[in-house]
Design a protein around this ligand. Structure first.
Ligand SMILES: [Zn+2]
Length: 426
């Protein structure tokens, strides 16, 4: 007999309802929603939202190849603490995720850790070299439904067009890291007045926007589904808004850091603030937030990018870009007050589950019969992070000392607790 779990005293947020009810879990599924439920294990959820578990479309788990920064297990644990029940693993591993062998390895390591669903993305091009297509049909047959060369964008427009044509036939989605490489050589931070003052090479907004524009037009002629990763500029949001108005099958994400941090932070020369695409201006942040509210932006994704300490101790120009995200995403997003709690659930669970095509088991309404992938969080609680207590293998978070709001209390993955009272269970 498996133990039954009852989540007591919270507010269950579903698409069409918000109800103060208990929720009972049995055999991996939601067994019952109702009043005064009893079970073998009781989880207190007073003051909390009970919603479907979060789905991150953008996690760099670093395994295989850079286990010093993160492993699939440590990344999964960080995800569980952040309320996630599924993570899409980015393909810029070593070797990259361009073969069935590597895809199977990543998925198996995910199962072994057993803390979240690890959903491997596949490369668009072989070795992420941008020269020839990865075996997309084979990878699709192995269960890959999201393809990306993230870390870099596919520069060759003709290759990208061909990839979209294949994607259309296979019924998969391509996800682009939008960056025209010629425009960002040596770039360290956003191209702006402050980068000129600091004497640092700038990463211009147009390097992103040109590729967003190009890919929207390629979607228009191919009809394939396209997801835009970590959009960071005002004009990118406008382009996607217009594409959606035209009925094109495009979706987009933003990161918590692009919603909360600005370019001026680079004046500290601290590499913890170096990220790709770079932190932008208040102007861009306002546009990204407007995009969240009007539905132009579909998802909040972390771009969780762990780096070992010594890599982030290099000088600003040498240090690799990227920052941690999984354990702080909810706290950053709610602290920003960019949207309502219900929108946060849509942006961090319902919509990304659909984009990743895992909405048969994630991002579900919590009703009897649904797979029990659940996040219970207190949307009001204020907290600051304790770097010593973070479970990621790396420590490159920019949020030390910052006030966050909203914290995960419990996470349930496939009917089993992975986090109870803010503590990882395994
Ligand atoms: Zn990227």
């Amino acid at each position: 007999m498996t133990k039954t779990i009852v989540i007591k005293g919270g507010t269950i947020v579903n698409r069409a309802s918000e109800q103060a009810l208990d929720l009972k879990i049995e055999n991996g599924l939601v067994a019952q929603v109702g009043k005064n439920l009893k079970g073998d294990v009781q989880l207190d959820a007073s003051g909390c939202i009970v919603a479907s578990g979060f789905v991150d479309l953008h996690a760099h788990l670093r395994e295989p190849g850079q286990e010093e920064a993160e492993t699939i297990e440590t990344g999964s644990r960080a995800g569980a603490l952040g309320g996630y029940t599924a993570l899409v693993a980015m393909p810029n591993t070593d070797p990259p995720q361009d073969s069935v062998a590597v895809i199977d390895f990543v998925r198996e390591q995910g199962k072994r850790a057993g803390l979240v669903d690890v959903v491997p993305s596949g490369c668009i091009t072989l070795g992420r070299q941008g020269e020839s297509l990865a075996p997309m049909a084979e990878l699709s047959a192995a269960g890959v439904s999201l393809f990306t060369d993230d870390g870099s964008g596919v520069q060759d427009a003709s290759l990208m067009r061909r990839a979209l044509e294949y994607a259309k036939g296979l019924g998969v989605t391509l996800a682009q890291h939008c960056e025209v490489a010629e425009l960002t050589k040596g770039a360290v931070m956003n191209e702006c007045q402050c980068c000129t003052n600091l004497g640092l090479p700038g990463w211009p907004a147009i390097a992103e926007e040109l590729m967003v524009f190009r890919d929207i037009e390629l979607v228009r002629i191919t009809g394939a589904a396209m997801h835009f990763l970590h959009l960071s500029t005002k004009r990118s949001v406008e382009l996607v808004r217009a594409a959606k108005r035209d009925g094109l099958p495009v979706t987009a994400e933003v990161t918590p850091h692009h919603l909360s941090l600005t370019e001026e932070l680079l004046a500290s020369f601290d590499p913890v603030f170096k990220v790709n695409p770079p932190l932008r201006s208040m102007h861009d942040i306002a546009a990204l937030k407007a995009g969240l509210i009007d539905g132009t932006i579909d998802a909040i994704a972390t771009d969780h990018a762990p780096h070992p300490r010594r890599d982030k101790e290099m000088s600003l120009d040498m240090a690799p870009p990227g920052m941690l995200g999984l354990e702080t995403a909810l706290g950053v997003v709610l602290a920003e007050g960019a949207c309502e709690v219900r929108d946060v659930v849509a942006l961090m669970s319902w919509n990304p589950a659909k984009i990743a095509r895992i909405d048969d088991r994630h991002g579900l309404d919590l009703v009897a019969g649904a797979v029990a992938n659940i996040c219970v969080f207190d949307p009001e609680i204020k907290w600051t992070i304790d770097p010593e207590r973070m479970v990621s293998k790396s420590i490159n978070t920019p949020y030390v000392g910052r006030n966050l709001q909203g914290r995960v209390r419990h996470t349930i993955f496939n009917g089993a607790t992975t986090v109870v009272d803010g503590q990882a269970q395994r």
